[in-house]
Design a protein around this ligand. Structure first.
Ligand code: VGL
Ligand code: ZN
Length: 202
């Protein structure tokens, strides 16, 4: 068992990010067994859930003529346009059925503002609007985070870099994470995480 100041942060292990889902990550379901096993080592387990309204601005379908996996400009910067995924209350937004979600101490839902995407578990993509996770972790006395889940190069990387900036000791377990890898995004995200002081393991 790790010290009580360590938490496991499990990012977006949801049906839509697993094979057969709307935004499937290759081998996305392969993270479930190692994550369930890791939970036994941590007194605090936090899950995040991507949780979009149907009119979310990150969906290509809401931009007439736009194709998924292209990039558009939003007021807060460039935004990849995704297939419709993780719509609030839909089957695709559920946690993977084999994830031990009942073990979670806290579930953070993100991406509910139709105008702003939210890759990070801490802030929306404007990088200033908080999700509330930082206050929750502070209240629980957490100072170190092990981060796992989907996708390595988007929500895992954004969460890890924000966590490092906020002063947490951050480890990403790559063996319990999988990436989308859009135009070299995986290699870029690994570089950015290392540069932010994130320890990459596995
Ligand atoms: C994610 C793209 C869009 C993720 C969420 O969980 O990494 N990626 N929404
Ligand atoms: Zn999303």
């Amino acid at each position: 068992m790790r010290p009580a100041t360590d938490a496991l942060l499990v990012i977006d292990v949801q049906t839509d990010f697993c094979p057969g889902g709307a935004l499937a990550v290759a081998e996305g379901d392969a993270v479930v067994a190692p994550i369930n096993a890791m939970m036994a080592d941590f007194a605090t387990v936090v899950l995040t859930q991507d949780w979009h309204p149907a009119d979310h601005a990150s969906f290509a379908a809401n931009h007439p003529g736009a194709h998924p996996f292209t990039v558009t400009e939003m007021p807060y910067g460039p935004q990849v346009l995704w297939p419709v995924h993780c719509v609030q209350g839909s089957a695709g937004a559920e946690f993977h059925p084999a994830l031990a979600a009942a073990r979670a101490d806290l579930v953070v839902r993100k991406g509910a503002n139709p105008a702003i995407d939210s890759y990070s578990a801490f802030f929306e993509n404007d990088r200033v609007t908080p999700t509330g996770l930082q206050a929750e972790l502070q209240a629980r006395g957490i100072s170190a985070l092990t981060i796992v889940g989907l996708a390595t190069d988007y929500c895992v990387a954004y969460s890890a870099i924000d966590a490092a900036r906020l002063g947490y000791a951050v480890t990403v377990r790559l063996d319990a994470s999988r990436g989308i890898d859009l135009d070299g995004s995986l290699a870029a995200a690994l570089d950015e995480m290392r540069a932010a002081g994130v320890v990459l393991e596995g």
